[in-house]
Design a protein around this ligand. Structure first.
Ligand SMILES: Cc1ncc(COP(=O)(O)O)c(C=O)c1O
Length: 373
């Protein structure tokens, strides 16, 4: 049996006819830049998340970068983020000239540990970026409480967590991306909602932030006149062809996420009695969308090799936390500064996970993993 780690092709195959028809329409109309399809997708995505305003941009990285700029963050400022995330979270802070300030993670969820945030807050701190890592929402109620107490803005990095949700006080599910001040998404092809190329989106309920972001993503333009520019903006637009594909895929996202959750449940059920393996922990009243199914184990490199010999693809996401990356050497961190992130990064192994995985494949992966260790 062959079990790929990810599968970016099957979802496209499922929607080929509709997507090609939509692409043809855009090509015939020549409506490529910020066209009707982009607007339509923005409206669909905002409605899907129960948010007010959505803006398509060219990547998740730019979604974060422009969001920080829209909050006026720049040189001399500090922004708190988890030390264990994809590097784009921190890069977006660095692009503005501000300093990323790392915080260690919760050993059970691998998300930002709220109990460690306040020690890092000072006069220069302007915002917190909460990452919903692997598809599990970060502890937003706690993060929002801390942010409010210190008058900080909160940006949600939901690049890995489309349609993940938290139950609010009224016992209703609230999707990530509209809990903080701004929510950022990536449509990189491997994501739960992935395009056929790069793409990203920003969500906010704040009209002023939305209007600023509108200019920031489109070279400072506002209004109908193409050649009037009101601030130093960027060329960071989602293109219409990607919007066509994403609009079609959005209709099936909940079904695809349910398939991921079902596979995750089966993995966890089959692995729960295996003392050498730590399975993911889903917080109560949190909806994990399993962008990734990570397990922790000793000798994961050997286990990965053994699984590869059985045609099972796995990933190590991430083998090096941000404070130990050469790119962030100038921050002066050293080993043992963030012990939980280091320990997770040394033991994490991500098992095959995508919406097209079947039970036989999950059972084969688990049997092979048990053998491998
Ligand atoms: C947590 C996180 N943040 C940000 C990004 C950046 O998104 P993109 O690759 O679309 O720029 C990613 C994508 O890999 C991510 O996983």
């Amino acid at each position: 049996m062959n079990v790929p780690f990810i599968d970016v092709k099957s979802q496209n195959a499922q929607l080929m006819r509709q997507s090609l028809a939509g692409l043809k329409k855009v090509m015939q109309a020549g409506d490529f830049i910020l066209g009707a399809e982009v607007k339509g997708f923005e409206q669909d995505f905002a409605a899907f998340c129960n948010g007010k305003f959505a803006l398509g941009v060219n990547s998740g990285t730019d979604a974060l970068f422009l969001s920080l700029l829209s909050l006026g963050i720049g040189p001399g400022d500090e922004v708190i983020c988890p030390v264990y995330t994809y590097i784009a979270t921190a890069l977006s802070i660095s692009y503005t000239g501000a300093k990323p300030v790392f915080v260690d993670i919760d050993p059970r969820t691998y998300n930002l540990d709220p109990t460690k945030i306040e020690k890092k807050i000072n006069q220069k701190t302007k915002a917190i970026i909460a990452v919903h890592l692997y598809g599990q929402p970060a502890n937003m109620p706690e993060i929002m409480r801390i942010a409010k107490a210190h008058k900080l803005k909160v940006i949600e990095d939901a690049a890995q967590a489309h349609a993940a949700a938290i139950k609010n006080k009224k016992n209703q599910w609230q999707k990530v991306g509209v809990i903080g001040d701004i929510g950022c998404f990536s449509f990189y092809p491997t994501k739960n909602l992935g395009g056929c190329g790069d793409g990203g989106l920003i969500l906010t309920n704040d009209k002023r932030i939305y209007e600023k972001l509108h200019m920031l993503r489109d070279q400072g333009r506002k209004g109908k006149n193409r050649y009037l520019h009101f601030l130093i903006g960027y060329n960071s637009r989602l293109d219409s062809l990607q919007a066509v594909i994403l609009r079609e895929k959005l209709k099936l996202l909940e079904i695809w996420n349910a398939a991921r959750r079902k596979s995750a449940q089966l993995y966890s059920q089959l692995l729960k009695d295996c003392s050498q393996i730590t399975i993911p922990w889903e917080m109560e009243n949190y909806k994990h969308v399993f962008h990734i199914y990570p397990v922790l184990l000793k000798n994961r490199n050997q286990a990965q090799k053994n699984l590869a010999a059985k045609n099972i693809g796995t990933g190590i996401v991430y083998h090096r936390p941000l404070h130990l990356q050469a790119a962030y050497k100038s921050l002066g961190h050293k080993k043992n500064d963030f012990p939980i992130a280091e320990s997770v990064s040394e033991r994490v192994l991500c098992l095959p996970m995508h919406s097209n995985l079947n039970n036989q494949q999950v059972e084969y992966v688990v049997a092979s993993l048990k053998q491998a260790i």
